[in-house]
Structures are given as structure tokens and as C-alpha cells.
Design a protein around this ligand. Structure first.
Ligand code: HEM
Length: 99
């Protein structure tokens, strides 16, 4: 789920990291691992794996395109997207990649 803080450079504060691991800030790589363990209910990737590198790189690309909800944007779809702050599957939302 992408909150507006997603737009900030990593490492940064993520509520789930604080709640689950007591971390005040977390890297993007660490966040991918945390989502694997918690919401995905899976195992973390090996730290030197191609999968972790690929998902981290992909999420980094999404971060560059990410426009915080409520920000002044030229694309009306982004500001009006009701899913952006609520939908845990926001990563799959076509609006997220069409900004
Ligand atoms: C491989 C799949 C996934 C990846 C790569 C991924 C990645 C991320 C990343 C990078 C963030 C940090 C956003 C930020 O900086 O604020 C995040 C946050 C979050 N993810 Fe995932 N995620 C995945 C799957 C999921 C799934 C399936 C769910 C729930 C159904 C989920 C729930 C959340 C929630 C709730 C947060 C926000 C945590 C908070 O702000 O407290 N994630 N995810």
C-alpha cells in the first residue's frame, strides 16, 4: 500500500516497519522483504538474490512516477483515484503506472 510518504527518498519512516520491527526508518529493499514476510505471508528473499534486486528496482521505478494523493498534478486521474490510499493492491492499479 502506498502512502504519500512513499514519495520520500529511502530510508524513511514506514508505519508497518515501526509496528512490526520497531524500526524508525527502513530501506526500499527492507520494505520489499517486510512485505514478503507480512502481507505476502511468504519468506524473505535471499539478500543477494536477483528477485530482491528486481523487485527493489521495480518499486524504485514506481516511486519515481508516484504522485502523492492531493498533490497538484496535471493528470486528473491521479488526484481522483479513490484506490490510491486505501487499496492494498495499489501497486497493481493501472492508474499507478499511467501517471
Ligand atoms: C511483492 C509484493 C510487494 C511489494 C514489492 C511491496 C512493497 C512495498 C513498499 C516498497 C512499501 C513501502 C511504501 C512506503 O515507503 O511508504 C509497502 C508498504 C505497504 N505494503 Fe507492500 N508490497 C508488496 C505486497 C503487499 C501486499 C500483498 C500487501 C497487502 C495486501 C501490502 C501491504 C502494504 C502496506 C499496508 C504498506 C504500508 C505500510 C505502512 O505505511 O504502514 N504489500 N509495500
Amino acid at each position: 500500500m502506498l502512502n504519500n510518504d512513499f514519495a520520500k527518498p529511502y530510508p524513511h519512516y514506514v508505519q508497518m516497519a515501526k509496528e512490526v520491527a520497531g524500526m524508525d526508518s527502513i530501506t526500499l529493499e527492507g520494505m520489499v522483504q517486510l512485505c514478503m514476510i507480512r502481507p505476502m505471508q511468504s519468506k524473505p528473499f535471499a539478500w543477494d538474490s536477483r528477485q530482491l534486486a528486481a523487485l527493489t528496482a521495480y518499486t524504485g521505478v514506481l516511486q519515481k512516477k508516484f504522485i502523492p494523493v492531493g498533490a497538484a498534478v496535471s493528470n486528473p486521474c491521479a488526484a481522483r483515484n479513490p484506490c490510491a490510499s486505501k487499496n492494498p493492491c495499489g501497486m497493481r492499479n493501472p492508474c499507478a503506472t499511467y501517471r
